[in-house]
Design a protein around this ligand. Structure first.
Ligand SMILES: Cc1cc2nc3c(=O)[nH]c(=O)nc-3n(C[C@H](O)[C@H](O)[C@H](O)COP(=O)(O)OP(=O)(O)OC[C@H]3O[C@@H](n4cnc5c(N)ncnc54)[C@H](O)[C@@H]3O)c2cc1C
Length: 389
């Protein structure tokens, strides 16, 4: 087989890149390790920045998102029983869109099928070769046979655990990592959301987040110990703990129901530099991870896709490789700012096991500053709706 861009990973990064390239007349093949049902069953992100919303429209897959997604003009920050609002629209003139990652992925798969673009699932042992030459290729095992895909470029969109990042030689690759001493226990339930906007709550018992996917589907999280397992938490235990961490008036309104998904995610900040090596370009979680506070994971993946798509378009349409040459620095400049925001917001909202009285007082002062200062709120809103590409 031959294609122009071999895309490893059929998550949101790989699919969005593939769809944008397809519309620009650039041929791609997506190689995905899992089945489509498995990819579509992963409950993850749900808040889209304007940049990602615009990319979805540019990729020709914005129609259902625009019809079914929810515009959020602001968010609520709770500190114990006190609550204040960050008004994105007033402070930045922009907003975010609530639309689940599963829906984004579904729309992209359907568009790819409709366009007749090739997506191969259940690919095993995917391995890129000759990345430092002008003729790279990828080998993989599928349906009992070894296949070879020749290409001009390889896009490593294979998530944090994928093989592409490891192809960058260790003497060139630099990895930065911070792990947080807690996780998030998340529950999805077929209940109406407790509020029209997200509530990020700092409480003496730890962080909580009230989020949603639509008017009948809510997503709630509580900070938990890293050693916890979802089986340690019955639904009743989860709801009781959530009620204790959010303002009393929200707790009274909370409608509970059986969990239809329950999982624990560890929190991590991670960046790999460079994001390009030879003809390999990393995109999304393959190159960086943020803690989910502030909903930036999927959105940083989208900014990489934006830069790589435009660089490839410039290469194929104008025979100009400047965008590809500078891809890593350009993408990383925005990534680090987003890493900073996610780290800052996580530090502000969680209780740390080793937090001293001083640390706690500083955290409270920072929350008070955010509540009282329009400048601080503007800085937060600007990051939350998404820094410009
Ligand atoms: C539990 C959880 C909750 C999250 N919540 C949020 C949130 O609220 N807000 C937010 O913005 N972000 C959130 N994120 C992060 C967000 O989901 C990711 O940033 C996003 O999925 C990144 O997309 P991606 O395509 O780069 O990577 P992925 O979604 O990880 O996709 C990578 C794909 O590559 C495939 N793959 C891996 N290895 C191989 C291989 N060897 N060969 C072929 N294919 C391979 C994988 O199967 C996968 O389909 C969350 C993540 C998790 C895990």
């Amino acid at each position: 087989m031959r294609t122009q861009v071999a895309i490893i990973g059929g998550g949101p990064s790989g699919l969005l890149l593939g769809q944008l390239l397809h519309r620009a007349g650039i041929d791609t093949v997506v190689l995905e390790r899992r089945s489509r049902d498995y990819v579509l069953s992963r409950i993850r992100a749900g808040v889209l920045e304007t940049g990602l919303v615009d990319l979805m429209r540019e990729a020709g897959v914005g129609e259902r998102m625009d019809r079914e997604g929810f515009i959020h003009d602001g968010t609520l920050i709770a500190n114990g029983d006190e609550q204040f609002r960050i008004d994105f629209e007033k402070l930045t003139g922009r907003h975010v869109m609530v639309y689940g990652q599963t829906e984004v992925t579904r729309d992209l798969y359907e568009a790819r099928d409709a366009a007749g673009a090739v997506t191969l699932h259940d690919c095993r042992g995917v391995k890129p070769h000759d990345l430092d030459t002008a003729a790279p290729f990828v080998t993989f095992l599928r349906e009992g046979k070894v296949h070879r895909l020749d290409c001009d470029f390889v896009a490593g969109c294979d998530g944090y655990h994928g093989p592409c990042r490891q192809e960058i030689p260790t003497e060139v690759r630099r990895e930065y990592e911070k792990t947080y001493p807690f996780g998030w226990l998340g529950v999805l339930s077929e209940t109406p959301p407790v509020a029209d906007e997200l509530i990020y709550a700092n409480s003496a018992r730890g962080f909580a987040l009230c989020s949603m996917r639509n008017a009948r589907l809510s997503r709630y999280y509580i900070q938990c110990d890293l050693s916890d397992s979802p089986d340690d938490w019955t639904d009743d235990m989860f709801w009781d703990e959530l009620r204790r961490r959010i303002p009393a008036e929200a707790a009274e309104r909370l409608e509970t129901g059986p969990s239809i998904e329950k999982s624990i995610a560890p929190l991590r900040s991670f960046v790999c530099e460079p994001m390009r090596w030879g003809r390999l370009f990393l995109c999304g979680d393959a190159a960086h991870i943020v803690p989910p506070t502030g909903a930036k994971g999927l959105n940083t993946a989208a900014s990489d896709v934006h830069y790589l798509y435009n660089a490839l378009k410039r290469f194929y349409h104008d025979r100009d490789d400047a965008g590809l040459e500078h891809y890593s620095e350009t993408a990383l400049a925005r990534i680090w700012k987003t890493e900073r925001f996610s780290w800052w917001f996580s530090s502000l909202m969680h209780r740390y096991p080793d937090q001293s009285e001083f640390d706690l007082a500083i955290q409270q002062a920072e929350l008070a500053f955010l509540r009282d200062s329009e400048a601080a709120q503007t800085a937060m809103a600007e990051n939350y709706v998404g820094l410009p590409y």
